[in-house]
Write a protein that binds this ligand. Structure first.
Ligand code: C5P
Length: 209
């Protein structure tokens, strides 16, 4: 298998999503936002009125998730993100979704996958790994601005507390915790515009190609 894989990890609201889409577009690669696979599993459970704490049921639903139909607009709701991070601690749910993500990663001519464990677990042999972060304050501010831009109500302190809680759950779990792969390039976007982050990422990727 000769295709190119770009692995992008980082905490919630670090700007990985926008960056990953722009990179995939620039190189003509397929893009998978793996957070959507966890979100789609959570939403399917909620919609079917099923419990979020039954691992066998959650695994079965995870195996039925279709990568083709994932839509961030439908899956963006706050409670879906919360539920996603709860089922994401279940090893058999992770195994099911990781298998689907690995199959996706082999598409030609190349792929960009973003998530929490791409460089460490899903694609440990990816030739390029980025770990995209920003301070919790900056991430909470960006999330807050996004909510307000949609015309919805938000409270900064509440959003900040949510960001911290999500970090703790994602970094603290036993199976595939969020952490940079040892060979990942760190990209702190706290002081960067979207354009600057893209240029910095492109420079790292071009140097590795
Ligand atoms: O990135 P997003 O906020 O959409 O992800 C939702 C949740 O899915 C994350 O908080 C995390 O718990 C989980 N997730 C994961 N592994 C990934 C992608 C997302 O555990 N590769």
């Amino acid at each position: 298998n000769t295709n190119m894989i770009i692995a992008i990890d980082g905490p919630a609201a670090a700007g990985k999503g926008t960056l990953s889409r722009q990179i995939a577009e620039a190189y003509g690669f397929h893009h998978l936002d793996t957070g959507l696979t966890y979100r789609a599993t959570a939403k399917a459970l909620i919609d079917a009125g099923l419990a979020l704490d039954d691992e066998a049921v959650a695994e079965k639903v995870a195996r039925e998730v279709e990568l083709a139909g994932l839509d961030r607009d439908i899956l963006s709701a706050h409670d879906i993100g919360e539920a996603a991070s709860k089922i994401a601690v279940m090893p058999s749910v992770r195994r099911a979704l990781v298998e689907a993500q690995q199959a996706f990663s082999r598409r030609e001519p190349g792929t960009v996958l973003d998530g929490r464990d791409i460089g460490t677990v899903v694609c440990p042999n990816a030739p390029v790994k980025l770990y995209v972060t920003a301070s919790p304050e900056v991430r909470a501010r960006r999330r807050y601005d996004e909510i307000v831009a949609k015309g919805e109500m938000a409270d900064y302190d509440h959003v900040f507390a949510d960001v911290k809680k999500r970090d703790e759950r994602d970094m603290g779990r036993a199976d595939s915790p969020l952490r940079p792969a040892s060979d990942a390039h760190l990209l702190d976007t706290s002081e960067m515009s979207i354009e600057a982050a893209f240029r910095a990422a492109k420079a790292i990727i071009d140097a590795a190609l």
